[in-house]
Each structure stands twice: as C-alpha cells, then as structure tokens.
Ligand binder design. Structure first.
Ligand code: CTP
Ligand code: MG
Length: 405
C-alpha cells in the first residue's frame, strides 16, 4: 500500500455524505496522478506535510471557510478505499477512479456527479495543500456573473521562449497570468465542455475558453503552491513550520529535613535516614523544575497551579506537578529544549542516583533523556544545607514556543 499513515484502516467505510442530492457546491479533489516529475515512490499527494498527507491538507483547506458541501476525491483505480480512509471524518462522497490524464480524471468525477448534479463544482489539485483564505468566496461570487472563475497571479518574471539552450524570443508578459486551482464552474457548463472536448487541456478553464464561455479571474496567491518538484514540498514545509522562539525560566525551592518522611528527589526515592518536610511529597528538585518551566512560559509558579492551601495536594506525588508543567508546554504548541536541575545538599550523595533521576524526569516530561540534566553541589558545610537542616534546588529550563505564542 503506497500510503505512509500506518494506522489507517484500508477497509471500505461508509462515506460521510452518501448522496449529493440537494447539494449546492461539490469540490472534485483530483488525486489520480503519479507525480512523475516529483519522482518519489509514493505519489506526491500522499507524502507527509507537517505529519499529514498533502491531500488531507488540500481537502481541509477546501472546507475551511464553509460554502463547500462535500468533497469527491478522484483517485487511481484501486486506491478509492485507501483515499476514503485517509480523509475519514470529512464530508466525503465515495471516491471514484480517475483516468490517465488530469482531464480524464476530472471528467470521471463530473460523470459521477451527473445524475444528481450540484449547482456548482470546484476542481482542485490534491497537490495544492494551501487554499488561501478568501479564494473560494471570491470564486463563488464571480460565478454570479460568469460560468467559470479561476484564481490566477500576474506573471512577474520576464518571459522567454527558448529551444536548444537559446532564446528564440521574449514573450511580452503584459496580461499574462499563472492559473491556479481551485477553479469554479457552474456544473452543467463544465460537464458539457468536458463531454465535447476533443483536445487535451491542462486545466478546466481552457475547455470553457475553447467553447467561447467567459471565465473570470480572481486573485491568486503565491502561497497556493502546486507541489511539482521535491523542492516545492521542502519549501512549503519550511514556510508552514512556525518559527520557534527560545524562552528560558529559572526555579528555586527549599524544603526542611525531618525524620520519618521519605527522601524523594527528582522523582526518585533515595535511601536516607531523614526525609523532606512539606505539604506534598516535598520533592524539592521537581518543584524547582516546575517553577523553571512555568517561568519560561510566564505562567506563574507551582503555587498558583497547586495551592498548598488546598487539601487535595497534601502528600501529593510531585510527578503530577511536572506532568502538568509539561502539559502547559504542549498546550502552548511548544517543546522543551532542555532542563538543568542542581540539588544543593551535603547528603544524601546525589551522584549514584543522578542517572535514575534524569531518566525519571525525562519520562515525566516526555522528552529524550539527553535534554535533562541533574547534578548536585554542596555549600562547603555553610548555611542551612551545610548544617543538614534543609535541601535546596535550583533549575533552569529553555522552552521553544511558536513566535506567535
Ligand atoms: N491528476 C489526476 N489524474 C491524472 C493526472 C493528474 O487526477 N491522470 C491530478 C494530480 O494528482 C494532481 C493534479 O492532477 O493533484 C495536478 O497534476 P500534476 O501536478 O501534473 O500531477 P501529476 O500528474 O501527478 O504529476 P506529474 O505530471 O509530474 O506526473
Ligand atoms: Mg501531470
């Protein structure tokens, strides 16, 4: 199976929208190409873009602004069920098999709609994952005046016609446009021109033009990239990846040493004749680390999220606090770059337990252990840690947040 989503169930399933009766706007998503210029084993429309297949982006983009009642995917013969599974959850008509050319694929989709014909059909390349906001409303508005409308961009570069590595002539670019999709049509007109077509066209508007129908131009956008070559996918992914900004925070905590309590440090119970006193389990290392993370997020401190005045946090496992802090990073769309905890005490000796502590913290944070450091120092027997009256911890964390976060 050519698809990369390993957990997709390829068995046929009921489409979300089984009949087009009463629908006004249906979008054909043409996905039957082989992507020969792209040259990957898997056709480009199924490759991952930010973790989702390109065609899933394209389908969602068509639906984002409303106005489109359902999507009809056109796939290579035999791939209908897989494509339906990839797009499960979206308002989908049962996919149909396309042909050997784009035009044949569009025609197959139109014929599948012919019996219950919608008023308007959009035709969109599955290889175009971005449909800029405003495009579909502009197309639908233009259909009030003409039977077809397409998004297009004025050509900016100087155009040359060439052959054999030499320029033959300069082609005046005034009035030239680059055609994009989705293209929008009154359904009966597009069906007619496809049924009449003799020659191969590279887009649907061309068939209307040949038959003498007016086609409106609406504003296209550079962001509406058709993935053709491998570098198109790489560039698009870079452009769509939010810029991450590093944010750092620090934390500090102290707990008193007492008899009759466990010594829990950085999530690990360390053998010790004494333990730490506190409302929760008094894990001074985790508390400092939580404060470092909350500080990086500028979301207050551990006392704000887990007030010591609340009985429910009495003797609480501090692992829970750290999982909460990690959850706050995720909720902000961020990631932990690294964290560094320093325990300050004469005893217990931390070095024999430091690796276990790193692993425990990394597990709670959901990051690889290489991002987490635990170390210790003494105060040369000076002050309260030196006298063994208490243990202190300080921590620093760097969190990467989207630039908009
Ligand atoms: N398409 C289609 N049926 C075909 C050929 C193309 O449905 N027989 C679709 C493609 O899947 C794509 C869109 O039409 O979403 C635009 O075509 P293009 O970018 O040319 O894609 P491919 O034909 O797959 O690529 P190539 O020409 O490099 O082989
Ligand atoms: Mg092609």
């Amino acid at each position: 199976m050519p698809f990369f989503w390993a957990d997709v169930d390829p068995s046929p399933r009921e489409a979300q929208a089984s009949s087009i009766r009463g629908m006004k706007v249906v979008a054909l998503l043409v996905a039957a190409g082989r992507g020969e210029r792209f040259g990957s084993g898997v056709p480009k429309q199924f490759l991952p873009l930010l973790g989702r297949p390109v065609l899933h982006h394209a389908a969602e983009a068509l639906l984002r602004e409303g106005g489109v009642d359902a999507i009809l995917p056109v796939t290579r013969a035999g791939e209908e069920a897989e494509v339906a599974a990839l797009l499960a959850g979206l308002p989908l008509l049962p996919p149909v098999a396309g042909g050997t050319t784009r035009q044949a694929s569009v025609k197959a989709g139109l014929e599948a709609l012919a019996a219950d014909r919608p008023e308007i059909v959009l035709v969109h390349d599955a290889a175009r994952p971005v449909v800029p906001p405003g495009t579909i409303p502009a197309l639908l508005a233009a259909l009030e005046e003409s039977p077809g409308a397409i998004p297009a961009l004025p050509v900016a570069d100087t155009l040359k016609r060439g052959a054999g590595g030499r320029i033959l002539e300069t082609v005046p670019r005034a009035g030239l446009y680059r055609a994009q999709t989705p293209q929008a049509f009154r359904f009966p007109t597009l069906l007619d021109v496809h049924r009449m077509a003799r020659d191969e066209a590279t887009d649907d508007a061309q068939l209307l033009e040949a038959a003498g129908h007016p086609v409106a131009l609406v504003a296209g956008a550079e962001s509406n990239v058709k993935i053709t070559w491998p570098e198109d996918l790489a560039r698009l992914e870079a452009a769509m990846t939010p810029q991450m900004i590093p944010r750092m925070g620090t934390g500090f905590d102290v707990h008193r040493v007492v008899a009759g309590r466990p010594m829990i440090l950085c999530g690990v119970e360390v053998p010790s004749p004494v333990g730490l006193d506190g409302h929760s389990d008094a894990d001074v290392g985790i508390h400092a680390l939580c404060d470092a993370i909350y500080g990086a997020l500028a979301e207050g401190d551990i006392g704000r999220w887990f007030p010591p005045s609340e009985a429910q946090w009495k003797d609480a496992d501090s692992a829970r606090f750290l999982r909460h802090a990690a959850g706050r990073i995720a909720a902000r769309g961020g990631m932990l770059a690294n964290a560094d905890v320093t325990l300050i005490c004469e005893r217990p000796k931390i070095a024999p337990h430091a690796e276990a502590m790193r692993e425990r913290l990394a597990g709670l944070l959901g990051v690889e252990v290489g991002r987490v450091s635990v170390k210790a120092t003494t105060t040369e027997r000076l002050g309260f840690p030196g006298r063994g009256e208490g243990i202190a911890a300080q921590a620093a964390a760097v969190v990467l947040l989207p630039a908009t976060g």
